[in-house]
Write a protein that binds this ligand. Sequence first.
Ligand SMILES: NC(=O)c1ccc[n+]([C@@H]2O[C@H](COP(=O)([O-])OP(=O)(O)OC[C@H]3O[C@@H](n4cnc5c(N)ncnc54)[C@H](O)[C@@H]3O)[C@@H](O)[C@H]2O)c1
Length: 351
Amino acid sequence: MATPTLITVHASGTYDILLTKGSLSNIGQALKERFKPCTIAILSDDKVFPLYGKTVTESLEAAGFRAVSHVIANGEQSKTLDNVTAFIDCMVKAQITRTDMVLALGGGVVGDMAGFAAAIYLRGIPYIQVPTTLLAAVDSSVGGKTAVDISAGKNLVGAFHQPALVYLDTETLKTLDTAVMRDGFAEVIKYGIILDRKLFDTVALPGSFDLKEVIARCIEIKRDVVEADEFDRGMRGLLNFGHTFGHAIEKLSGFTITHGSAVARGMIIAAKVAKVYGFTDFTETITDVVRNYGFETACPYSADELYSVILSDKKRSAGDITLVLPREIGKCTLEKMPATQVLELMKKTGL
Ligand SMILES: NC(=O)c1ccc[n+]([C@@H]2O[C@H](COP(=O)([O-])OP(=O)(O)OC[C@H]3O[C@@H](n4cnc5c(N)ncnc54)[C@H](O)[C@@H]3O)[C@@H](O)[C@H]2O)c1
């Protein structure tokens, strides 16, 4: 079996990210090398647990850990405070203490919730991320942002809490629906545009690259950003490239346009806005790659419609909006401007 790729993150906690291919059944051993025997409370969803729950549980038990599990319905609608409370109730019943751990087995929904539960239970216990979607592998499992949704909006209640370990088996991505996998690629393309031209070129044609290597590169980029700005006061904002417009598209569609698909269109809008703002025009370059993945490229909403949603976005502060705009492929900058200027720029793009 190939040696796992190891990436270490030095943030408020130092932790390893282990990238494996086909080694999910070795997770217990990997944990045994790092942590004392304890009880592990697994949070997973009803699509992922039937696929990988047994392998993980048996591997943990064989390595001397006690495993308990709590399974939620799959999908964003499960990312609620009520479900976190139910998971915490399960931890109480299992007599989980500060020396025990939480393990998130699933995509970003399970990862964000398990991380949040671990952040608040007994004022914080360690947790392990086992991402099983491409988005979770390259983005949400690394960096310690945990959250749940409330009726006022997505991710409005949460905490910064770094995991103690991230363990990824890229083989688990093989069971993903095509649309979920493709959504993850929107984030991969994003990393290329914001910080790595070579990565952008590598992934330009779907299927023409080694997925594990690409995931490793994305994680390194995320690690660098998190190490430079763990608490999101500056350059971590670069990760929002395409997201200001993307979130607006997602919301206006009533979430019928998926996150990745909305971000893909949001990146194209950001490129158009950059052009009218006076930067070099990369619209065609970005549109071509986005199209290669089968994403729709046209935005079905007007500048005014997008603007009304952007104004209510939590990222707006004191009447200003910070946009992430490409200066080159592989180099984006944060551009803070009055909200009204964002509307003007969007209108100039012809939206
Ligand atoms: N914390 C962060 O930094 C951060 C960053 C980006 C996104 N997020 C959050 O991540 C969430 C989205 O994550 P996601 O796209 O992974 O969604 P998700 O967790 O809902 O997973 C998408 C779907 O794929 C299924 N699935 C997961 N793994 C599978 C597998 N291996 N095989 C088959 N099916 C599988 C799930 O059951 C679900 O139906 C959002 O809530 C978003 O806010 C967090």
